[in-house]
Write a protein of this length. Structure first.
Length: 484
């Protein structure tokens, strides 16, 4: 889909390099701030399987194949019951190909999360799914694992499609798919989004592609041109289904569905399910298996605060937060593209490293910002709601709503950028007098509590290094903080 472009975009702002080559924000000396936030503090061996997975050509039965895996360092951060309240299943229990298991473990995924436990076996059976789970609890793995397991390398046509609402999310999902499938011996995954060269996509689709991950406008264009043939595809996944079935996309989605065979599997995943999703389910899904892991809407690991300020005090308060909080990475949300750019420049003038991203930037710059921020080249990212959907950057431990959102759904997705996969995070909202009604309304709708910001914030609420690494201590801390 065509997008507006800003002239001479400059998303890379104020990178400050430390002696060891890492980029980070410069910290202001203590004691320079005063006002509403002046007192803030800175910051067993694997179980035997019940079935024998398939083997790859270089691994024979009987090999201790897990010892050969290139696993990332073990994540010993404390996790909440959002991802630990499982039935005790292992990935091996699902009779997955060994090559796929290798990719799963090399991603650092040790055990299935609750949404993965519920979803994987049902998706493998071919049944339609309507799944509701919190942001950052493993929804991507819940559908990508069964999707990749079912790819038949003997067939050279598109077998599955994942549709997502934003280009950044499409790139993220394609990267995860490629990593998961790297031992499968030839699964071809393609990402296609608006803002990129259409001719390149056409040339790629002239070759074998098994899995397409796409935004709605671009894939519909390719389907109508007869280039992306989905008449034999067996599965379509809609991630962030509430957004895809909103007024922005629903006509495109209905059009895309019409090109799929009648006997296809549809998987819907989201944190919220408005009436539009229910209507789509009733129209297109056949006896869907419904999963609802949303006893409460907000992630247990996110601590939420607000500060009443005037519009003119916002930058001062943000400056104080930067100098007092121990920020690993932060995402700061504004309600317009113009305010994103203005705030990013102001943050840079204050001496902190900062990127910005919004939908009116050229796609190549958006890709670069997303890639570099994800890889830790900058501490702070200012953005619009473009970055609220599904983006998984586990280093983010602080989210700041510089502009308070208008809706509960937007608020839920924004604060869900921290506290990913059961970890801890902080959400701070700068509230003006015009936002008071929205604050109360969002609290009521989400059945959550957003407290006034205290004079000091306990670092154990959002800084991973403050948590013990042994399981007993982690369990005690979880109970202490009400996370189980």
């Amino acid at each position: 889909m065509a997008t507006a472009r800003t002239a001479n975009p400059a998303p890379m702002i104020g990178l400050n390099k430390s002696a060891n080559g890492q980029f980070k924000g410069q910290t202001k000396p203590a004691g320079q701030e005063s006002g509403i936030l002046a007192n803030l503090q800175q910051p067993s061996a694997p179980k035997k399987t019940t079935c024998i997975p398939q083997t790859s050509g270089c691994i024979k039965f009987g090999d201790d194949w897990k010892k050969c895996l290139e696993r990332p360092p073990k994540d010993n951060r404390m996790k909440t019951s959002d991802v630990t309240a499982t039935k005790g299943n292992e990935f091996e229990d699902y009779c997955l190909k060994r090559e796929l298991l290798m990719g799963i473990f090399e991603m650092g995924w040790e055990k299935p999360s609750p949404i993965q436990e519920e979803s994987i076996p049902i998706a493998l059976s071919g049944r339609d799914i309507l799944a509701r789970a919190k942001n950052g609890t493993g929804k991507s793995g819940a559908y990508l694992i069964p999707l990749l397991e079912r790819v038949d390398l003997k067939k050279d046509h598109i077998q599955a499609m994942v549709v997502v609402p934003t280009r950044e999310l499409a790139l993220q999902m394609s990267q995860i798919s490629i990593q998961l499938s790297k031992h499968l011996g030839g699964v071809k995954v393609m990402a296609t989004t608006g803002g990129t060269n259409l001719r390149d996509d056409i040339m790629r689709l002239d070759e074998t592609v098994h899995v397409v991950i796409a935004t709605p406008g671009r894939i519909l264009d390719l389907i109508k041109k007869g280039v992306a043939k989905v008449d034999q595809a067996q599965m379509i996944v809609m991630d962030e289904a509430d957004k895809l079935l909103s007024q922005d996309f629903v006509v495109l989605i209905e059009d895309i569905i019409s090109f799929f065979p009648k006997e296809r599997q549809i998987l819907l995943y989201s944190a919220t399910f408005p009436i539009s999703v229910q209507k789509f389910m009733n129209k297109h899904l056949k006896k869907p298996y419904e999963i609802n892991l949303m006893e409460e809407l907000t992630l247990k690991g996110i601590t939420q605060y607000y500060a009443y300020v005037t519009e003119r005090q916002k930058v001062h308060c943000l400056n104080t937060l930067f100098s007092r909080l121990q920020i690993n990475q932060s995402i700061i949300f504004c309600n317009s593209t113009q305010r994103v750019e203005l705030l990013a420049r102001k943050i840079t003038q204050l001496g902190y490293s900062c990127f910005y991203i919004h939908a009116k930037m050229m796609q190549e710059y958006r890709n670069r910002v997303f890639h570099d921020f994800r890889n830790g080249l900058c501490r702070n990212l200012v953005c619009t709601d473009l970055f609220t959907r599904g983006i998984d950057i586990q280093a983010v431990n602080v989210v700041i709503n510089f502009d308070f959102p208008k809706s509960a759904d937007t608020y839920l997705h924004r604060i869900g950028r921290s506290g990913r996969f059961g970890h801890l995070g902080l959400a701070i909202n700068l509230i003006t007098s015009d936002d008071r009604y929205n604050l109360k309304n969002i609290e009521d709708q989400l059945v959550t509590e957003i407290n006034p910001i205290p004079s000091s914030i306990d670092k154990s609420l959002y800084v991973a290094e403050f948590h013990a690494v042994d399981p007993v201590s982690i369990h005690v801390l979880c109970h202490k903080n009400g996370l189980v």
